[in-house]
Design a protein around this ligand. Structure first.
Ligand code: SF4
Length: 505
């Protein structure tokens, strides 16, 4: 055992988890980004963990699929797109089959309705303790706070989520929710909240969590889960976890409630292997998630385990709006987190900067669409549009295309500031003709050279000085770094001269 490190030795939370996910609207991303970009430790954790997982995805997918990788992504995307194109049909089929298997299926139009159904079930069973496996949609509806408010103790059982709950923190990644934390802060939270001796040994911390959680499973009145997939032709729910906590939550307590977004549907069990092969490989590079739990109805009489009562709450909460043809593709998402791991912006600013349950590139799309573009005007710009997210996505969601669409909606919808709109109008004008483009380039070069603050770098290739600050709409470019001063001879003149000298030979 070692002694607890001081606050300054690790990344500490300064905001309550609820405020991180549900900020005051309209959301100002820049404020949070300032905190993240000034926090070298946070950047180190997030950057190294995401780079490692991204490389594991690349290696895992290459080993498994070789040159067929693109084909299986296309197939997965097509299955999801087909299901979304006929979602009403598949939802009806799912409800019929799940009901026939003994499940109570509910439909909730929004978060309030979903939570009201859940609270009613809890009250009917006089529930005092709920154990819960990881579910992004329950974060969306703020379920834990709602249950706690009516006196139902609700315990997260995914290890990462459990740690966050103890620390009053919020998830910052779809798959690895505590990617922004180090083991010292986990040790401190355990010592403070559980009264155990401080340790930062991961094995010891896991043992402590297991000891506490095992009892909770046994005592719980209700087990809650999300669902990775719903299978229409059998009425089954599929839960994929690496810790087995999903299986314990759904099998040990007498009542099971599953919260699932309506987009999680697939037509048939025969389609499931395509997604099981892609989900874990895209998330962490491993061939398959450790526990893949397929549930069809509550426990039958002859079965030794399982809940006596099962409820599935199908949640819309803005999804039918996204289902319109122009944005439907966004709902293919299987929440693998690969787009987050591959994104240079996410690696730099971390998940809390996005101010919502869904961080990273897919969050930059879904959050403005779910919660209003005017409320999240910064998110469509939280991307370099490099396309890494599109390449990583196992269901081929063209994230950059939709980010550009949202940017265009912002300009067209007058949600942006007047000065920004003018800036983009001028930029568009300058790109329309070769001579205006050339003139704009020359003027930008002159402007930047006038702001040159002298040579700071002895690198002979960059021996042109640096621009420390540019004003106006471009100010963000120099907020965290300097720009190299453009050379007096631009590329076009160099190229012309080069061609002439070649022709002269
Ligand atoms: S958008 Fe694609 S890559 Fe990102 S989480 Fe969803 S499925 Fe994974």
């Amino acid at each position: 055992m070692s002694s607890a490190p001081s606050q300054s030795e690790s990344v500490e939370l300064t905001m309550d988890g609820h405020d991180i996910l549900f900020p005051k609207l309209p959301y100002d991303m820049k404020q949070r980004v300032q905190g993240a970009t000034n926090n070298a430790e946070l950047q180190e954790f997030v950057n190294s963990a995401t780079r490692m997982r991204d490389q594991m995805r690349i290696n895992g997918c290459k080993d498994a699929f070789g040159e067929n990788y693109d084909k299986i992504r296309t197939l997965a995307g097509n299955i999801k797109q087909h299901t979304l194109d006929h979602l009403d049909y598949y939802i009806e089929q799912f409800i019929d089959n799940a009901t026939a298997a003994g499940t109570n299926v509910h439909y909730a139009a929004d978060a309030e309705e979903a939570n009201a159904i859940c609270k009613e079930i809890c009250q009917k069973h006089n529930a005092k303790l709920v154990v819960k496996s990881k579910s992004m949609v329950t974060e969306e509806t703020n379920l834990v706070h709602e249950l706690e408010a009516i006196g139902v103790e609700t315990i997260e059982t995914d290890l990462g989520e459990y740690i966050l709950q103890l620390d009053h923190d919020a998830p910052s990644h779809l798959v690895t929710p505590m990617i922004h934390k180090n083991r010292a802060s986990v040790g401190r939270a355990f010592a403070r909240e559980l009264g155990v001796e401080y340790t930062d040994d991961p094995g010891e911390l896991t043992k402590i969590a297991r000891r506490v959680l095992r009892d909770k499973y046994r005592q719980a009145d209700i087990g809650m889960s999300g669902g990775n997939f719903m299978i229409a032709d059998s009425g089954s729910v599929v839960i994929c976890t690496n810790e087995g906590n999903g299986r314990l939550c759904t099998s040990v307590p007498p009542v099971h409630i599953a919260y699932i977004g309506i987009e999680k549907m697939i037509p048939s069990r025969k389609h499931l292997p395509v997604f099981l092969k892609l989900l874990s490989r895209s998330a962490i590079g491993s061939p398959i998630t450790v526990y893949n739990h397929i549930m069809t109805g509550p426990k039958r009489n002859a079965e030794p385990d399982g809940p006596q009562e099962q409820h599935i709450i199908l949640i819309d909460n803005g999804r039918t709006e996204v289902l319109k043809p122009e944005t439907r593709e966004m709902l293919r998402c299987i929440r693998c987190g690969a787009c987050l791991n591959s994104c240079p912006v996410y690696r730099k600013v971390g998940g809390h900067s996005y101010g919502s349950v869904y961080p990273g590139p897919i969050g930059a799309l879904l959050t403005p669409v779910f919660k209003g573009l005017a409320n999240y005007k910064d998110l469509p710009y939280a991307s370099s549009l490099c396309g890494a997210c599109y390449e990583a996505c196992p269901v081929k969601i063209n994230i950059p295309k939709y980010l550009i669409q949202l940017r265009s909606d912002l300009i067209g919808g007058k949600h942006d500031k007047f000065v920004d709109r003018m800036f983009f109008k001028m930029w568009a004008l300058s790109l329309k003709k070769a001579w205006t483009y050339r003139l704009a380039g020359k003027m930008a070069g002159v402007f930047l050279r006038l702001r040159n603050k002298g040579v700071k770098n002895k690198n002979p290739y960059l021996n042109r000085g640096w621009v420390e600050k540019v004003p106006g709409p471009a100010a963000g470019w120099t907020e965290k770094r300097d720009l190299v001063t453009p050379p007096t001879k631009d590329f076009r003149s160099w190229w012309d001269e080069h061609q002439k000298s070649k022709g002269g030979k």
